[in-house]
Design a protein around this ligand. Structure first.
Ligand code: 13P
Ligand code: SF4
Length: 370
């Protein structure tokens, strides 16, 4: 059914643009200096070339040989320091190929990363993704040290709503269960009944046994779920700044040029884009679609780096047509900043323990649904 209603930052509280994350990286603290290791050498040498040759093989179709000598010394240093620091690197599907294929230990969509975060044995987690993902790892691992290479890696969805907004929604709709997309701050997760990701949003909404559900903050994910269920959905007016830029018209043009092309879209896209697509799913479901169907030509309507990551593993079977939108927040995570994280053990993600406990209940309820 169509969305029942939609609320947004204009109705409640501060407008989204007044809620941005801090603009500058914090200077190194005395504590970070005290626990720093020496910065490893970063020259391109025959030893570095030999030690990283097996990794270059994995990414050679998407990273030109001329760029590799700049990346390989960082990759070798990161992989060595990871062991020394007892750290594990979790990377989202939108990380660039040199991170995704060459230094990450665990990769996946938001749901997979949240589930894997509960199984980590290492004492430190380095989250290569955006801030809400690092917060989710910390929520699920309060006793571990969680680092993000750049804490300014935000998300337009997460910054569109606050815990105070959720409390106002509760006052307005007493008794209506509230589902928060994981693309929200810990403050918001603590106020809601359950979380969801793009992988399980429909199951989570239907698991609540309510004829009406509030779903926040992504209006397009909410519209997509509303189109798949009889549950009445009340939405929030947030949007992903990357996916909302795709249009049905640009996809129609691509299809007019090649009627055989497969179009695969993320549910954060607007309805005309979903309408123009052959398949809609989370980033992990989009990757599975390509692995299973092996299309000759495909458009992945999502952040650009994911097409590079899949292209690296599909060995030329599939041609990727790329209308390319980059997520500026995901792109804040780079090899030099990951190395910096390991050398200085920065930037640590901290959450008030009482708040984290309430947020954990919402994330764990979601994981129980699947
Ligand atoms: P997924 O859960 O599908 O990986 O999506 C996360 C995200 O940020 C998409 O923009
Ligand atoms: Fe947020 Fe969109 Fe970037 Fe995903 S792609 S992190 S939803 S801004």
């Amino acid at each position: 059914m169509p969305l029942a209603d939609i609320y947004g930052p204009d109705n409640f509280g501060l407008p989204a643009h007044a809620r941005s994350l801090p603009g500058a990286r914090a200077p190194l603290s005395a504590q970070e200096r005290a626990r720093a290791l020496p910065m490893p050498p970063l020259e391109w040498t025959p030893e570095v070339e030999a030690a990283t040759a097996h990794l270059y093989e994995k990414v050679q179709t998407v990273i030109p040989p001329v760029e590799w000598p700049f990346m390989a010394p960082y990759i070798k240093a990161i992989n060595e320091l990871k062991r020394e620091r007892d750290a594990v690197i979790l990377a989202h599907n939108y990380q660039t190929p040199e991170i995704f294929h060459c230094v990450a230990d665990i990769v996946g969509d938001s749901l997979q990363l949240a589930i894997e975060a509960t199984k980590v044995k290492a004492s430190t987690i380095i989250q290569c993704g955006v801030h809400f993902m690092a917060e989710t790892s910390k929520i699920l691992n309060p006793e571990k040290r969680v680092l993000i290479p750049d804490s300014r890696a935000g998300c337009s969805l997460a910054s569109s709503i606050t815990g105070a907004d959720v409390r106002l929604l509760r006052e307005k709709f007493p008794g209506v269960p509230i589902v928060a997309y994981v693309n929200t701050s810990a403050d918001v997760k603590a106020e809601v009944d359950i979380c969801c990701t793009s992988s399980n949003a429909l199951q989570v909404v239907e698991s609540l046994g309510s004829d009406t559900v509030i779903m926040l903050p992504d209006q397009y994910l909410a519209k997509y779920v509303a189109s798949q269920t009889k549950v009445k959905i009340i939405a929030w007016k947030g949007a992903c700044e990357v996916h909302e830029r795709f249009t049905g018209d640009e996809l129609a043009l691509i299809r007019a040029n090649d009627p055989t092309v497969q179009i695969v879209a993320h549910p954060e896209c607007p309805p005309d884009v979903i309408e123009a697509s052959d398949f809609t799913g989370s980033t992990a479901h989009m990757i599975d679609y390509v692995r299973k169907n092996k299309p000759k030509r495909v458009v992945l309507v999502t952040e650009c780096s994911m097409a590079d990551n899949v292209q690296a593993e599909t060995g030329g079977v599939t041609e990727f047509v790329k209308p390319c939108n980059l997520c500026p927040h995901m792109k804040r995570i780079t090899l030099p900043k990951i190395l910096d994280s390991l050398v200085y053990m920065r930037e640590e993600v901290t959450i008030d323990p009482a708040l984290a406990e309430r947020a954990r209940a919402s994330v764990e309820r979601m994981i129980a649904v699947g």
